[in-house]
Design a protein around this ligand. Sequence first.
Ligand code: CA
Length: 227
Amino acid sequence: MQKVLVIEDEGRIVRLIRDYLEKEGYIVVDARDGEEGLAAFQRQDPELIILDLMLPRLDGFEVAREIRKDSEVPIIMLTAKTEEIDRVTGLEIGADDYVTKPFSLRELAARIKAVLRRTKGDVSKPEVITQGDLTVSTSSHQVKLSGEEVDLTPTEFDLLAVMAANPGRAFTRRNLLEEIGHFPGERVERIIDTHVKNLRKKLSKSEEPEEYIETVHGVGYRFREEL
Ligand code: CA
């Protein structure tokens, strides 16, 4: 059974999450503030962490930074609906995904499954990724749409490959720049928008520009999980 650590100070939310995840077959442990959360992380060695941002003593950002100093354990943040900046910051510190409060437990469970699937698969990244009519082959550097080769620039290819290898994961512009080996900066982050726009144009046969690459409002982009 996989162990999930919930770091959240609101007892009601902890109970809801615990009841639901235990029924789904997880072991759930919890901590009610940031310091306790770090201690529980060391002691319990969980497979995944659900981390609220607004916590007493150490806030969620500080907890995530500490954890990321020596661990790649998957982290899903709980964020307030209005705080888009928090989502961006969290993803840039190294959280794997976020769920916005108020959230449905089904959605949270789906995110947990997706994050565990992605992070477990890290060792052997797929060489060929297929989604709908689109095929991305990272070994041959080829992209095909309905069997026909699509001509992409190296940057467009790298961006697509990074996102397609992690369907459903939201990337900030800075995340994407780092992934493709560029040094992020305020001004260049907007370059990502231009590349994505061009990518979408090349990947759309229909009038649906977001068919494969979705905009995550206030955050960035993600490769669509299912079509
Ligand atoms: Ca809280």
